[in-house]
Unconditional design. Structure first.
Length: 276
């Protein structure tokens, strides 16, 4: 598992920033542009979570980065992604902009990552990834059933289809890595036994949504959670790639990482300002 991200509440973050020059750290806003325009912390640099993987070069890795979003969820995923890519001091602002403004605040919002120690065999990595993708596919399918507009139904069906293809890709890699591969059903059962019924990102999503119902309610909230999950899936694949040794494993992880980036961009296009 990666080291825990450093957490700061609003008071701690204000004290941290007041004791330093603005050039000594990066204050990173990972919300959408319309959220930034409505309100943002003074001096914040805007790089939406949905664009972050393609814009890492814009963020100075040699100085501390304080990440924030609306309530602390997207910033948690962004902080983990930054940490995994070698950024040294990364801070997640607990409660995000809401807490900063003195509105309803939540404690640290973390999906968590499915365990990756770096000691897994290539087959174990594939099995863990398969469980992530399987459960995210179930989440998207559920959201498609619950969606109230054709646009959202089509979006969640599209995203569920991507996860179906990821599972196919992972099973194909497994058959190339394992001398005596199990059939698909047996492979899936073995993967679930080893990794547990965890969602992509490390927790059961329905439990997560129930715990933080007020932070991720309505349509936009479901998209925020989806962006968090996709970002942490990308983080998982990139961390695995750093430790992978077999060329076919590296190639597959690179493919999956590229597709997770694409999924984030799709979600970003749908995370628009709610109608009044």
């Amino acid at each position: 598992m990666p080291d825990r991200i450093r957490l700061m509440n609003s008071e701690q973050a204000k004290a941290f920033m007041d004791s330093r020059k603005p050039s000594d750290f990066t204050l990173l806003d990972v919300r959408q542009a319309w959220e930034y325009e409505t309100f943002h912390l003074p001096g914040a640099q805007l790089v939406p979570l949905t664009e972050l993987p393609d814009r890492l070069e814009e963020i100075n890795s040699s100085k501390p980065v304080i990440v924030y979003c609306h309530s602390g969820g997207r910033s948690s995923a962004a902080a983990s992604l930054l940490q995994g890519q070698g950024y040294g001091e990364v801070v997640n602002l607990v409660g995000g902009a809401s807490a900063w403004k003195g509105e309803v605040a939540y404690g640290p919002i973390e999906l968590g990552m499915i365990a990756f120690t770096g000691r897994e065999t290539p087959v174990e990595v594939v099995m863990k990834a398969y469980v992530m993708e399987r459960n995210l596919q179930s989440y998207y399918s559920l959201r498609a059933d619950m969606a109230e507009t054709l646009d959202r139904i089509e979006l969640f069906i599209e995203l569920a289809g991507y996860e179906d293809r990821h599972m196919d890709t992972l099973y194909e890699l497994y058959t190339r890595l394992e001398p005596a591969p199990l059939d698909r059903d047996a492979f899936e059962n073995r993967a679930l036994e080893n990794a547990g019924e965890l969602a992509e990102g490390g927790v059961r999503l329905e439990e997560f949504l129930s715990e933080y119902a007020g932070a991720f309610d309505e349509d936009l909230g479901f998209l925020e959670v989806a962006a968090m999950i996709e970002a942490q899936a990308l983080d998982f694949y990139l961390r695995c790639k750093q430790k992978a040794e077999l060329p076919e494993t590296v190639e597959t992880l690179e493919l999956l990482a590229r597709e997770e980036k694409a999924h984030l961009r799709i979600l970003g296009r749908h995370m628009v300002r709610p109608e009044a």
